[in-house]
Ligand binder design. Structure first.
Ligand SMILES: NC(=O)c1ccc[n+]([C@@H]2O[C@H](COP(=O)([O-])OP(=O)(O)OC[C@H]3O[C@@H](n4cnc5c(N)ncnc54)[C@H](O)[C@@H]3O)[C@@H](O)[C@H]2O)c1
Length: 364
């Protein structure tokens, strides 16, 4: 949804635009918690999606984020074969200074009132221990640290999924899935980006990286001699084979598309396209785009697996299938002459509808 689109829309109109089922505004007087839970679609099962804590400038920004992210989760669940729908929580607040055990317990209380209609866990600005706090009030939490019986840090499997997705992207764009010798520009060396860089380095890719934190750049340059670091605003114009966004969303927009000198894009960041039309612009420019919610589904695969009793080997096996799923999406996009972003949405809308119909059958 563009800013223009949301500027004059009522909340119900915003929900109707992408068919959101439910939006819950939660306020806790004792802790000051302000959280929005958006449930997009529960056709496939109870909603699943992390909780982001961010210092949003306006309440509309927070709502827009919750709506966009929860919709992405519906597709991410469908693509992973998880029997879940899409949901997301956003907490309005500064994760560096406003977190407390009580704040997340308060969130847990609200999640519990949904009686299993929605499961939550970590996202940007939150960590596993926050959900140990939330878990004191609800059993509907995932992504807990291993010592609390959870599956632990999901960034590693996410990076692995992006790596597999990048190989499929390379196969489609360059005719070989080897990343050796390709120039790859990586934005963001956080939990996912840093691990991804290690995998790409091992494969012999030429790396150009950036981050707003100098420490991350220094660490990467020390550990991986030969990689090139550039300033954050220079990364979009780097001449490269693949651009890999692993920081924040909406970085594929009018401004950046005019700078891109890459042939393909594959990364972990959520909601990379500022608006859906930017997927079409990439197609026009001949840049192959690996839809974000497919490339970065590894984390979701891990937490969905956790709900069945976590099996690491099974989770990584499923994450490796991101390779095959992307190739199918690229084929549909080519056949129907549509953008890869649209092809992914179309394929998954069909899958949700078909599975929903199967699940509707009366079986007793
Ligand atoms: N962690 C997961 O399991 C997971 C799963 C799916 C999707 N994602 C998405 O992947 C992205 C990265 O996740 P993460 O867990 O690594 O987060 P993170 O916060 O650990 O890392 C983000 C990194 O990006 C850097 N950054 C922020 N703004 C930047 C900018 N303008 N230019 C360059 N660098 C910038 C930060 O300094 C940080 O190092 C996020 O968009 C997240 O939503 C993460």
């Amino acid at each position: 949804m563009s800013e223009k689109e949301t500027a004059f829309k009522s909340i119900f109109d915003q929900m109707a635009q992408y068919g959101h089922e439910q939006v819950i505004f939660n306020y806790d007087k004792a802790t000051g918690l302000k959280a929005i839970i958006a449930i997009h679609d529960t056709t496939l099962g109870p909603a699943l999606g992390g909780c982001r804590m961010w210092n949003y400038e306006t309440e509309q920004d927070a709502l827009t984020d919750a709506l966009r992210l929860s919709r992405g989760m519906t597709y991410k669940c469908a693509v992973s074969g998880a029997v879940h729908g899409g949901g997301k929580t956003v907490i309005i607040g500064d994760p560096k200074s406003e977190k407390s055990d009580e704040l997340f317990q308060a969130l847990g209380t609200f999640v519990e009132t949904l009686k299993g209609r929605y499961y939550t866990g970590t996202d940007v600005g939150t960590v596993g221990m926050d959900f140990v706090s939330a878990g004191k009030q609800t059993k509907y939490v995932v992504g807990l640290p291993e010592e609390y019986g959870g599956s632990g840090n999901s960034a590693i499997i996410t990076a692995y999924g992006v790596y597999r997705g990048m190989k499929a992207t390379a196969l489609e764009a360059f005719g070989s899935d080897s990343l050796s010798g390709l120039t790859i520009a990586v934005q963001g060396l956080g939990k996912v980006g840093y691990d991804l860089v290690g995998r790409l380095y091992q494969d012999g890719a030429k790396l150009v990286v950036t981050d707003i934190e100098d420490n991350n750049l220094r660490r990467a340059k020390e550990e991986y001699p030969g990689i090139t670091a550039v300033k954050p605003d220079e990364i979009f114009g780097v001449e490269c084979d693949i651009f890999s966004p692993n920081a924040l969303g909406a970085i594929i927009n009018d401004e950046t598309i005019s700078q891109f000198k890459c042939k393909a894009i594959c990364g972990a960041a959520n909601n990379q396209l500022k608006e859906l039309r930017h997927g079409d612009l990439l197609k026009e420019k001949g840049i192959l785009y690996a839809p974000d919610y497919v490339a970065n589904a590894g984390g979701l695969i891990q937490v969905a697996d956790e709900l069945q009793g976590y099996n690491k080997e099974r989770a990584f096996k499923n994450a490796s299938l991101i390779y095959d799923i992307l190739l199918r999406i690229f084929a549909v996009a080519k056949k129907e002459n549509i953008s890869t972003a649209q092809a992914a949405d179309v394929m998954l809308d069909r899958k949700i509808e078909t599975t929903g119909r199967i699940q509707q059958k009366y079986t007793r």
